[in-house]
Design a protein around this ligand. Structure first.
Ligand SMILES: *Cc1c(COP(=O)(O)O)cnc(C)c1O
Length: 399
Protein backbone atom coordinates (compact mmCIF):
# COMPACT_ATOMS: atom_id res chain seq x y z
CA UNK A 1 0.00 0.00 0.00
CA UNK A 2 1.46 3.22 -1.20
CA UNK A 3 2.26 6.82 -0.37
CA UNK A 4 0.21 9.86 -1.39
CA UNK A 5 1.96 10.61 -4.69
CA UNK A 6 0.89 7.22 -6.00
CA UNK A 7 -2.78 8.08 -5.29
CA UNK A 8 -2.39 11.16 -7.47
CA UNK A 9 -0.69 9.46 -10.43
CA UNK A 10 -2.55 10.70 -13.49
CA UNK A 11 -2.60 12.54 -16.80
CA UNK A 12 0.42 14.73 -16.02
CA UNK A 13 2.68 11.70 -15.49
CA UNK A 14 1.31 10.10 -18.67
CA UNK A 15 2.08 13.23 -20.70
CA UNK A 16 5.66 13.45 -19.44
CA UNK A 17 6.31 9.76 -20.12
CA UNK A 18 4.81 9.96 -23.62
CA UNK A 19 6.99 12.97 -24.32
CA UNK A 20 10.04 10.80 -23.66
CA UNK A 21 8.71 7.72 -25.46
CA UNK A 22 7.79 9.69 -28.55
CA UNK A 23 11.31 11.11 -28.65
CA UNK A 24 12.55 7.49 -28.61
CA UNK A 25 15.52 8.46 -26.43
CA UNK A 26 15.60 7.16 -22.85
CA UNK A 27 19.15 7.82 -21.64
CA UNK A 28 19.73 10.73 -19.26
CA UNK A 29 22.51 12.38 -21.27
CA UNK A 30 21.96 14.20 -24.52
CA UNK A 31 22.46 17.56 -26.17
CA UNK A 32 20.56 20.08 -24.07
CA UNK A 33 20.02 22.28 -27.15
CA UNK A 34 18.61 19.40 -29.22
CA UNK A 35 14.78 19.60 -29.22
CA UNK A 36 14.59 15.81 -29.68
CA UNK A 37 16.30 15.37 -26.28
CA UNK A 38 13.74 15.85 -23.52
CA UNK A 39 16.25 16.26 -20.64
CA UNK A 40 13.78 15.07 -17.97
CA UNK A 41 16.50 13.94 -15.54
CA UNK A 42 18.40 17.18 -15.96
CA UNK A 43 15.22 19.24 -15.50
CA UNK A 44 14.21 17.20 -12.46
CA UNK A 45 17.59 17.95 -10.87
CA UNK A 46 17.28 21.66 -11.62
CA UNK A 47 13.71 21.93 -10.33
CA UNK A 48 14.33 19.90 -7.19
CA UNK A 49 17.48 21.87 -6.31
CA UNK A 50 15.48 25.09 -6.72
CA UNK A 51 12.65 23.73 -4.56
CA UNK A 52 15.14 22.84 -1.82
CA UNK A 53 16.95 26.16 -2.28
CA UNK A 54 20.33 24.48 -2.82
CA UNK A 55 22.78 24.72 -5.69
CA UNK A 56 22.94 21.06 -6.70
CA UNK A 57 20.93 17.86 -7.09
CA UNK A 58 21.84 14.44 -8.47
CA UNK A 59 18.97 12.20 -9.49
CA UNK A 60 19.74 8.52 -8.98
CA UNK A 61 18.33 5.01 -8.71
CA UNK A 62 17.01 5.04 -5.13
CA UNK A 63 17.16 6.66 -1.71
CA UNK A 64 19.59 3.94 -0.69
CA UNK A 65 21.96 4.87 -3.52
CA UNK A 66 21.60 8.56 -2.62
CA UNK A 67 22.76 7.74 0.94
CA UNK A 68 25.68 5.69 -0.38
CA UNK A 69 26.63 8.53 -2.75
CA UNK A 70 26.50 11.00 0.16
CA UNK A 71 28.89 8.83 2.17
CA UNK A 72 31.27 8.56 -0.79
CA UNK A 73 31.08 12.33 -1.27
CA UNK A 74 32.32 13.06 2.26
CA UNK A 75 35.32 10.75 1.74
CA UNK A 76 34.13 7.87 3.87
CA UNK A 77 36.66 5.12 4.65
CA UNK A 78 36.48 1.55 5.94
CA UNK A 79 35.81 1.34 9.66
CA UNK A 80 34.33 4.83 9.92
CA UNK A 81 31.33 5.22 12.20
CA UNK A 82 28.10 7.08 11.50
CA UNK A 83 25.63 7.93 14.24
CA UNK A 84 22.07 7.00 13.28
CA UNK A 85 18.75 6.67 15.11
CA UNK A 86 17.60 3.29 16.45
CA UNK A 87 14.28 3.87 14.63
CA UNK A 88 14.65 4.09 10.84
CA UNK A 89 14.33 2.06 7.64
CA UNK A 90 17.03 -0.59 7.19
CA UNK A 91 18.55 1.31 4.22
CA UNK A 92 20.00 3.94 6.56
CA UNK A 93 22.08 1.19 8.13
CA UNK A 94 22.85 -0.80 4.98
CA UNK A 95 24.19 2.25 3.10
CA UNK A 96 26.75 2.70 5.88
CA UNK A 97 27.60 -1.01 5.97
CA UNK A 98 28.17 -1.15 2.20
CA UNK A 99 30.34 1.98 2.36
CA UNK A 100 32.53 -0.11 4.70
CA UNK A 101 31.44 1.62 7.86
CA UNK A 102 29.60 0.89 11.08
CA UNK A 103 26.20 2.30 11.98
CA UNK A 104 26.26 3.45 15.59
CA UNK A 105 22.71 3.55 16.90
CA UNK A 106 21.45 6.27 19.23
CA UNK A 107 18.16 6.86 21.01
CA UNK A 108 15.18 8.72 19.58
CA UNK A 109 13.24 11.45 21.36
CA UNK A 110 9.46 11.58 21.56
CA UNK A 111 9.22 12.96 18.03
CA UNK A 112 10.49 9.44 17.10
CA UNK A 113 13.59 11.01 15.49
CA UNK A 114 17.27 11.06 16.52
CA UNK A 115 17.74 12.65 19.94
CA UNK A 116 20.66 15.13 19.77
CA UNK A 117 21.11 14.77 23.53
CA UNK A 118 22.00 11.09 23.04
CA UNK A 119 24.28 11.63 20.02
CA UNK A 120 27.19 13.13 21.88
CA UNK A 121 27.93 10.12 24.08
CA UNK A 122 28.39 7.97 20.95
CA UNK A 123 31.02 10.21 19.37
CA UNK A 124 34.48 8.59 19.15
CA UNK A 125 37.64 9.42 17.14
CA UNK A 126 36.20 7.10 14.43
CA UNK A 127 32.94 9.03 14.07
CA UNK A 128 32.82 10.36 10.53
CA UNK A 129 29.29 11.77 10.18
CA UNK A 130 25.86 12.12 11.75
CA UNK A 131 22.88 10.75 9.84
CA UNK A 132 19.61 12.00 11.31
CA UNK A 133 16.42 10.62 9.73
CA UNK A 134 13.28 12.74 9.33
CA UNK A 135 11.07 9.81 10.24
CA UNK A 136 7.41 9.67 9.24
CA UNK A 137 7.52 13.04 7.51
CA UNK A 138 8.57 14.89 10.65
CA UNK A 139 11.75 17.02 10.82
CA UNK A 140 14.33 16.09 13.45
CA UNK A 141 15.53 18.56 16.07
CA UNK A 142 17.96 19.99 13.52
CA UNK A 143 19.11 22.89 15.70
CA UNK A 144 20.26 20.39 18.33
CA UNK A 145 21.82 18.06 15.77
CA UNK A 146 23.63 20.82 13.87
CA UNK A 147 24.95 22.16 17.16
CA UNK A 148 26.50 18.78 18.11
CA UNK A 149 27.86 18.43 14.56
CA UNK A 150 29.49 21.86 14.61
CA UNK A 151 31.08 21.36 17.99
CA UNK A 152 32.66 18.11 16.80
CA UNK A 153 33.41 19.19 13.22
CA UNK A 154 31.23 16.43 11.72
CA UNK A 155 29.24 16.59 8.48
CA UNK A 156 25.51 15.89 8.67
CA UNK A 157 23.85 13.71 6.04
CA UNK A 158 20.08 14.08 6.29
CA UNK A 159 18.09 10.98 5.46
CA UNK A 160 15.02 12.82 4.19
CA UNK A 161 13.60 9.82 2.32
CA UNK A 162 10.31 9.99 4.24
CA UNK A 163 10.07 13.78 4.40
CA UNK A 164 10.20 15.21 0.89
CA UNK A 165 8.61 18.66 1.18
CA UNK A 166 8.98 19.09 4.94
CA UNK A 167 10.53 22.27 6.29
CA UNK A 168 12.33 23.04 9.52
CA UNK A 169 12.12 26.69 10.60
CA UNK A 170 11.43 27.64 7.01
CA UNK A 171 14.21 25.60 5.40
CA UNK A 172 13.57 22.44 3.41
CA UNK A 173 14.77 19.30 5.15
CA UNK A 174 17.71 17.84 3.26
CA UNK A 175 19.16 21.32 2.71
CA UNK A 176 20.26 21.96 6.30
CA UNK A 177 23.12 19.46 6.64
CA UNK A 178 25.95 18.94 4.15
CA UNK A 179 23.85 16.59 2.01
CA UNK A 180 20.24 15.37 1.95
CA UNK A 181 18.90 12.12 0.49
CA UNK A 182 15.36 11.52 -0.83
CA UNK A 183 13.55 8.45 -2.11
CA UNK A 184 10.97 8.10 -4.87
CA UNK A 185 9.84 4.56 -4.06
CA UNK A 186 6.13 3.85 -3.91
CA UNK A 187 5.74 4.44 -0.14
CA UNK A 188 7.16 7.97 -0.25
CA UNK A 189 5.54 11.38 -0.62
CA UNK A 190 6.06 11.48 -4.37
CA UNK A 191 6.97 8.43 -6.39
CA UNK A 192 8.30 7.29 -9.73
CA UNK A 193 8.12 3.62 -8.76
CA UNK A 194 11.72 3.85 -7.62
CA UNK A 195 14.32 6.59 -7.73
CA UNK A 196 16.36 8.89 -5.53
CA UNK A 197 17.49 12.49 -5.24
CA UNK A 198 20.58 13.81 -3.47
CA UNK A 199 20.95 17.53 -2.75
CA UNK A 200 23.83 19.67 -1.54
CA UNK A 201 24.89 23.28 -1.65
CA UNK A 202 28.56 22.33 -1.90
CA UNK A 203 30.11 22.09 -5.37
CA UNK A 204 32.83 19.68 -4.33
CA UNK A 205 30.44 17.27 -2.59
CA UNK A 206 28.19 17.45 -5.63
CA UNK A 207 30.99 16.55 -8.03
CA UNK A 208 32.14 13.65 -5.88
CA UNK A 209 28.61 12.30 -5.48
CA UNK A 210 27.98 12.71 -9.20
CA UNK A 211 31.22 10.92 -10.08
CA UNK A 212 30.43 8.00 -7.79
CA UNK A 213 26.94 7.63 -9.26
CA UNK A 214 28.25 7.50 -12.83
CA UNK A 215 31.59 5.76 -13.30
CA UNK A 216 33.67 8.73 -12.22
CA UNK A 217 32.16 11.22 -14.64
CA UNK A 218 31.93 14.95 -14.13
CA UNK A 219 28.38 16.41 -14.04
CA UNK A 220 26.61 15.84 -17.33
CA UNK A 221 29.71 14.08 -18.61
CA UNK A 222 31.25 17.37 -19.62
CA UNK A 223 35.00 17.60 -20.00
CA UNK A 224 36.22 14.18 -18.84
CA UNK A 225 39.61 13.52 -20.38
CA UNK A 226 41.44 10.24 -20.70
CA UNK A 227 44.53 10.42 -18.52
CA UNK A 228 42.90 12.84 -16.08
CA UNK A 229 40.25 10.68 -14.44
CA UNK A 230 40.61 10.62 -10.69
CA UNK A 231 37.53 8.83 -9.35
CA UNK A 232 36.14 5.35 -9.74
CA UNK A 233 32.39 5.10 -9.57
CA UNK A 234 29.50 2.75 -10.16
CA UNK A 235 26.20 3.19 -11.97
CA UNK A 236 23.26 4.57 -10.01
CA UNK A 237 21.91 6.71 -12.86
CA UNK A 238 18.27 7.61 -13.35
CA UNK A 239 16.74 7.14 -16.81
CA UNK A 240 14.42 9.51 -18.67
CA UNK A 241 11.22 7.49 -18.15
CA UNK A 242 11.67 7.48 -14.39
CA UNK A 243 12.57 11.16 -14.40
CA UNK A 244 9.48 11.98 -16.48
CA UNK A 245 7.19 10.50 -13.82
CA UNK A 246 9.22 12.06 -11.00
CA UNK A 247 9.00 15.48 -12.65
CA UNK A 248 5.21 15.34 -12.94
CA UNK A 249 4.99 14.20 -9.32
CA UNK A 250 7.38 16.91 -8.15
CA UNK A 251 5.17 19.57 -9.67
CA UNK A 252 2.29 18.25 -7.54
CA UNK A 253 4.25 17.93 -4.33
CA UNK A 254 3.39 21.27 -2.71
CA UNK A 255 -0.31 20.67 -3.31
CA UNK A 256 0.06 17.14 -2.05
CA UNK A 257 1.65 18.18 1.24
CA UNK A 258 -0.88 21.01 1.70
CA UNK A 259 -3.72 18.49 1.29
CA UNK A 260 -2.15 16.08 3.78
CA UNK A 261 -1.75 18.85 6.33
CA UNK A 262 -5.39 19.86 5.94
CA UNK A 263 -6.60 16.23 6.22
CA UNK A 264 -4.41 15.64 9.24
CA UNK A 265 -5.72 18.76 10.98
CA UNK A 266 -9.28 17.54 10.53
CA UNK A 267 -8.45 13.96 11.60
CA UNK A 268 -6.64 15.13 14.72
CA UNK A 269 -9.35 17.58 15.69
CA UNK A 270 -12.02 14.92 15.23
CA UNK A 271 -10.07 12.55 17.47
CA UNK A 272 -9.46 15.27 20.03
CA UNK A 273 -8.22 14.69 23.53
CA UNK A 274 -8.00 11.13 24.83
CA UNK A 275 -7.06 10.47 28.46
CA UNK A 276 -3.78 8.56 28.70
CA UNK A 277 -2.81 9.41 25.12
CA UNK A 278 -0.89 12.25 23.51
CA UNK A 279 0.47 13.08 20.09
CA UNK A 280 4.15 12.77 19.30
CA UNK A 281 6.28 15.91 19.53
CA UNK A 282 6.75 17.80 16.27
CA UNK A 283 9.93 19.87 16.19
CA UNK A 284 8.29 22.13 13.63
CA UNK A 285 4.52 21.60 13.62
CA UNK A 286 4.13 23.93 10.62
CA UNK A 287 6.77 22.12 8.61
CA UNK A 288 6.02 18.41 8.77
CA UNK A 289 4.70 16.50 5.75
CA UNK A 290 1.70 15.20 7.73
CA UNK A 291 1.91 11.73 6.20
CA UNK A 292 1.11 10.14 9.56
CA UNK A 293 -0.57 10.95 12.84
CA UNK A 294 1.45 9.28 15.58
CA UNK A 295 -0.12 8.80 19.00
CA UNK A 296 1.66 7.79 22.22
CA UNK A 297 -0.16 5.97 24.99
CA UNK A 298 0.86 5.95 28.65
CA UNK A 299 1.38 2.19 28.60
CA UNK A 300 2.52 -0.38 26.05
CA UNK A 301 -0.36 -2.73 26.97
CA UNK A 302 -2.93 -0.08 26.21
CA UNK A 303 -1.24 0.75 22.88
CA UNK A 304 -1.19 -2.94 21.91
CA UNK A 305 -4.83 -3.33 22.88
CA UNK A 306 -5.93 -0.31 20.85
CA UNK A 307 -3.82 -1.38 17.87
CA UNK A 308 -5.39 -4.85 17.90
CA UNK A 309 -8.89 -3.37 17.93
CA UNK A 310 -7.99 -1.28 14.89
CA UNK A 311 -6.49 -4.28 13.08
CA UNK A 312 -3.10 -2.57 13.01
CA UNK A 313 0.05 -2.82 15.15
CA UNK A 314 2.03 -0.65 17.51
CA UNK A 315 5.19 0.75 15.99
CA UNK A 316 7.28 -1.73 18.02
CA UNK A 317 5.30 -4.61 16.49
CA UNK A 318 5.84 -3.38 12.91
CA UNK A 319 8.59 -5.34 11.26
CA UNK A 320 10.52 -2.98 9.08
CA UNK A 321 11.76 0.11 10.87
CA UNK A 322 12.56 -1.03 14.38
CA UNK A 323 16.17 -2.02 15.12
CA UNK A 324 15.10 -4.80 17.48
CA UNK A 325 13.11 -6.44 14.65
CA UNK A 326 16.06 -6.35 12.21
CA UNK A 327 17.77 -9.71 12.70
CA UNK A 328 20.27 -9.02 9.91
CA UNK A 329 21.28 -5.65 11.37
CA UNK A 330 21.55 -7.14 14.86
CA UNK A 331 23.81 -9.90 13.46
CA UNK A 332 26.09 -7.27 11.90
CA UNK A 333 26.22 -5.25 15.11
CA UNK A 334 27.01 -8.38 17.11
CA UNK A 335 29.89 -9.23 14.76
CA UNK A 336 31.27 -5.73 15.27
CA UNK A 337 30.98 -5.75 19.03
CA UNK A 338 28.19 -3.17 19.14
CA UNK A 339 25.09 -3.33 21.37
CA UNK A 340 22.70 -5.64 19.55
CA UNK A 341 20.24 -7.03 22.07
CA UNK A 342 16.63 -5.99 22.43
CA UNK A 343 16.74 -3.50 25.26
CA UNK A 344 20.00 -1.90 24.11
CA UNK A 345 18.08 1.33 23.44
CA UNK A 346 15.54 1.39 26.27
CA UNK A 347 14.04 4.80 25.55
CA UNK A 348 13.51 3.89 21.89
CA UNK A 349 11.99 0.53 22.90
CA UNK A 350 9.67 2.22 25.37
CA UNK A 351 8.48 4.91 22.94
CA UNK A 352 7.88 2.52 20.04
CA UNK A 353 5.95 0.08 22.24
CA UNK A 354 3.61 2.91 23.24
CA UNK A 355 3.22 4.40 19.75
CA UNK A 356 0.71 3.81 16.98
CA UNK A 357 1.10 5.38 13.53
CA UNK A 358 -2.26 6.35 12.04
CA UNK A 359 -2.06 6.80 8.29
CA UNK A 360 -2.88 10.19 6.82
CA UNK A 361 -1.05 9.90 3.51
CA UNK A 362 1.22 6.88 3.80
CA UNK A 363 -0.83 3.73 4.20
CA UNK A 364 1.71 1.04 5.05
CA UNK A 365 1.36 -1.95 7.36
CA UNK A 366 5.17 -2.28 7.34
CA UNK A 367 5.29 1.10 9.08
CA UNK A 368 2.57 0.02 11.48
CA UNK A 369 0.13 2.31 9.68
CA UNK A 370 -2.59 -0.06 8.52
CA UNK A 371 -5.37 2.05 10.05
CA UNK A 372 -6.30 5.62 9.20
CA UNK A 373 -7.10 7.70 6.14
CA UNK A 374 -5.44 8.41 2.80
CA UNK A 375 -4.93 11.55 0.76
CA UNK A 376 -8.20 11.09 -1.12
CA UNK A 377 -10.36 10.53 1.97
CA UNK A 378 -13.43 12.75 2.09
CA UNK A 379 -14.34 14.79 5.16
CA UNK A 380 -16.98 12.17 5.98
CA UNK A 381 -14.43 9.35 5.76
CA UNK A 382 -12.01 11.27 7.95
CA UNK A 383 -14.71 11.83 10.57
CA UNK A 384 -15.72 8.16 10.46
CA UNK A 385 -12.10 7.00 10.90
CA UNK A 386 -11.79 9.35 13.87
CA UNK A 387 -15.00 7.93 15.37
CA UNK A 388 -13.69 4.37 14.93
CA UNK A 389 -10.49 5.39 16.65
CA UNK A 390 -12.40 7.00 19.52
CA UNK A 391 -14.39 3.80 20.00
CA UNK A 392 -11.17 1.77 20.11
CA UNK A 393 -9.68 3.97 22.82
CA UNK A 394 -12.86 4.19 24.91
CA UNK A 395 -12.11 2.81 28.36
CA UNK A 396 -13.46 -0.70 28.90
CA UNK A 397 -16.65 -0.53 30.99
CA UNK A 398 -16.32 -2.55 34.18
CA UNK A 399 -19.54 -3.09 36.17
C1 LIG B 1 12.66 4.56 1.93
C2 LIG B 1 13.78 4.91 2.80
C3 LIG B 1 15.11 4.77 2.37
C4 LIG B 1 15.52 4.09 1.09
O1 LIG B 1 14.90 4.50 -0.05
P1 LIG B 1 14.83 3.56 -1.35
O2 LIG B 1 14.47 4.50 -2.42
O3 LIG B 1 13.79 2.52 -1.09
O4 LIG B 1 16.18 2.98 -1.54
C5 LIG B 1 16.11 5.19 3.22
N1 LIG B 1 15.83 5.72 4.43
C6 LIG B 1 14.57 5.85 4.88
C7 LIG B 1 14.33 6.45 6.21
C8 LIG B 1 13.51 5.43 4.09
O5 LIG B 1 12.27 5.53 4.57
Amino acid sequence: MPGPGFYWMGEEEKREVLDVLESGYLFRYGQLDDPAFKAKTYTLEQEFARQCDVAHCVACASGTSALLMALQAIGFSAGDEVIVPAYTFVATYSAIVFAGGIPVLAEIDDSLTLDPADVERHITPRTRALMPVHMLGNPCDMDGIMDVARRHGLPVIEDACQANGATYHGRRVGSIGALGAFSLNIFKIISSGDGGLLVTDDRELYERAFAFHDQGHTPNRAGVEVGRRTTLGLNFRMNELTAAVALAQLRKSDRLVATLRENKRRFREAIGKVPGMRYRTLHDPEGECATLLTVLFDSADRAADVAARLNTTTVAQSGWHVYSNMEHVLAFLREHGRPHAIGAYPRTDDLLARAINLSVGVVDRGLGAAFGININSTDGEIDRAAATFREAVAPVQVD
